[in-house]
Design a protein around this ligand. Structure first.
Ligand code: PHB
Length: 396
């Protein structure tokens, strides 16, 4: 059993590049080339965040493929693992990748609760970790460490951007969010900016992750009659929320806002999302040569699929690792030097120039976007170069 081989999948990802991928089989692999760079992708490949996991993976692999499928001259092996967005399995899964599969870097994940456990494991193992989505504030707060980086956002940052926009337009709002770290923290960031701008949050309604029984909460919003509503639910659930909100006749009376509510799902949301305003650190309608070439390259590699913020975050996770490993000419044993290079990285991201705060969280513009057709079109900037102050981060 334990000597059974993992079958390498040959995946073509455009530009005639072929990347060798080791599918995770749950078995101990044998005969791995010792000189390959081993990348552990611990992401959701099932459940409500499955598309996010897929797009992060696509973005990550695209950046490597653009480098000829190698990092600093070394071949790359991917070990992928479906974390099922289940915090209860996170400790065992992260340990599998680090101790058994001996990955050189841990990349993951989407769900804040899973990522918090991964970061604890990565901290004690000292293995580099790059977070391509999960926003948990603690990851670049109390849990910050020289080996932990994030290429996405902190939950505070995502909520704060939306609150800044809503304060320009409304005086009162109700929040509706999943009850877990991402929902609680994004709502807190939203409330901070909204109230700083003179608004008042009348109520914070919650439902358990990944529940989508929105109806009773929508009835409550209708009876409170705020000027606007803020929401954080994500992945497949945001399609249902936009549709339910529209069907309840609330859209015209109480405009709905959020960071992610239209991201990657406009086609499935159809009419229900048209015109929604969101604030996020990427807009697919960003008219820069860098973003245009990224979109073109992604489409070519993945059969015409359009990238979203998750693909960008995955792409930048790979760009960041490339900077680190190239600085040490592929020698992963020079960890300190490698982490230093990552800390000082200035990435040419599709979202715009990307650098990192002292806590290793992105410093980035928060764009105002309007859903038009299948695009989140950039219509302004809510906050320029937003830095999460990360007061809890004490980098050793
Ligand atoms: C999170 O759990 O941190 C999370 C998940 C999905 C998102 C954003 C944040 O779209």
């Amino acid at each position: 059993m334990c000597n059974q081989k993992e079958a390498p999948l040959r995946i073509k990802i455009g530009m005639a590049h072929v990347v060798t991928v080791l599918a995770f089989t749950g078995l101990t692999g044998t005969a791995r080339a010792a000189d390959n760079v081993r990348i552990g992708l611990m992401l959701p490949y099932s459940g409500t965040f499955a598309d996010l996991g897929k797009n992060i993976t696509n973005g990550f692999k695209l950046a490597i493929a653009e480098k000829g499928g190698k990092i600093a001259g070394r071949d790359v092996e991917f070990v992928t693992l479906d974390d099922e967005s289940d915090p209860a399995k996170a400790n065992e899964n992260a340990n599998k990748l680090i101790k058994r599969d001996k990955v050189d870097v841990l990349v993951g994940t989407v769900h804040s609760g899973v990522a918090l456990t991964m970061a604890r494991v990565a901290r004690s193992a000292g293995i580099p970790m790059i977070i391509p989505n999960a926003g948990a504030d603690e990851l670049t707060g109390a849990l910050c460490a020289p080996n932990i980086f994030r290429t996405s956002f902190s939950n505070w940052q995502a909520g704060y951007g939306v609150g800044a926009l809503m304060a320009q337009k409304h005086k009162s709002a109700v929040a509706l969010a999943w009850k877990y770290a991402a929902g609680d923290e994004q709502t807190a960031g939203f409330k901070e900016a909204f109230e700083k701008g003179g608004g008042k949050v009348l109520k914070h309604l919650t439902l358990p992750f990944p529940n989508t029984e929105f109806q009773p909460l929508l009835t409550e919003i209708a009876s409170i009659k705020p000027e606007a509503a803020y929401t954080f639910v994500a992945g497949a659930a945001q399609v249902k929320l936009a549709k339910d909100y529209h069907a309840a006749g609330l859209r015209s009376r109480i405009p709905l806002y959020g960071a992610f509510i239209t991201e990657g799902t406009l086609q499935a949301q159809g009419e229900s999302a048209q015109g929604l305003l969101t604030v996020l650190h990427y807009a697919d309608g960003l008219e820069t040569p860098r973003n245009k070439s990224f979109i073109e390259s992604y489409k070519k590699a993945y059969g015409g699929a359009t990238p979203d913020v998750f693909a960008v975050q995955g792409y930048d996770a790979a760009q960041l690792y490339l900077v680190g490993l190239e600085a040490v000419e592929g020698d992963t044993s020079k960890r300190k030097e490698m982490l230093k290079a990552m800390e000082n990285a200035k990435l040419d991201s599709p979202r715009g120039p990307l650098s990192f705060s002292k806590s290793h969280n992105p410093v980035q513009d928060m764009y105002i976007r309007e859903a038009r057709g299948n695009q989140n079109v950039m219509v302004g900037v809510a906050v320029k170069q937003l830095v999460d102050p990360s007061p809890e981060c004490k980098m050793q």
